[in-house]
Design a protein around this ligand. Sequence first.
Ligand code: IPE
Ligand code: IPE
Ligand code: MG
Length: 253
Amino acid sequence: MKTIKKIFASKEEETIQLDMENLPRHIAIIMDGNGRWAKKRGLPRTAGHKAGIEALREVIKASSELKIGFLTLYAFSTENWKRPKEEVSALMKLLVYYLQKEVKELHKNNVRIRTIGNIGQLPEEAISQIGKAVDLTKNNKGLTVNIALNYGGRDEIIRAVRNICKENIEGNICIENIDEEKFSTYLDTGDSPDPDLLIRPSGELRTSNFLLWQLAYAEFWFSNIYWPDFNKKHLYTAIKDYQMRHRRFGGLK
Ligand code: IPE
Ligand code: IPE
Ligand code: MG
């Protein structure tokens, strides 16, 4: 028997019905379109990044309430360093500000914060704030939020291969024992299940180097909406659409 729950998606009390037994365990989101959101309003790009934080807050809360297990959010890619240094610096400051301001509330809501990506290359203040947030929330049993920072799917795979080679040279691992399951444990996502659903707003139809290995059988959901305008209604709609898909994993129905 399906457990159908009516979810109120907005103040106008629009209802969306979700099958609570067929929720994605892991949702990945490419939080894109901040710059264009700002441009449309004649504002600087950084205003778009700031506005994006509101969407982030709403999506984390809604995912928590739905009891989604994992949310992986693309916040800064290995390629985003190519942007003007003022924008990169504003993004890093915003990250620190967000963590300082939100971590207590996230902790109260039983959210566990983790990061993926090569965070060692971030500014020291960011590394320190991340460390505090991860440490404070590490034993929480609710939603796991993986924030992708200085993250690139190719970079992650290369780092995994290097670590495997190192362990092999040290005699700790046999190459013959590396299978897909074992390899996955060397990725930044570690023991997280693969994403079931990838959401990308902003109108771009690409992965931009996000979770290249992990998205092998994810369902993709694209939308023209810019990230700062993304709200829980869009999240529920994406989940609803996901529930209409037939996942075959290469087999037959
Ligand atoms: C996403 O928004 C945020 C980051 C990449 C850090 P963008 O800054 O890419 O916004 P657009 O794509 O230029 O509109
Ligand atoms: C992907 O968006 C990275 C993040 C959202 C953090 P980009 O804006 O960097 O991607 P491209 O350049 O449009 O592919
Ligand atoms: Mg973009």
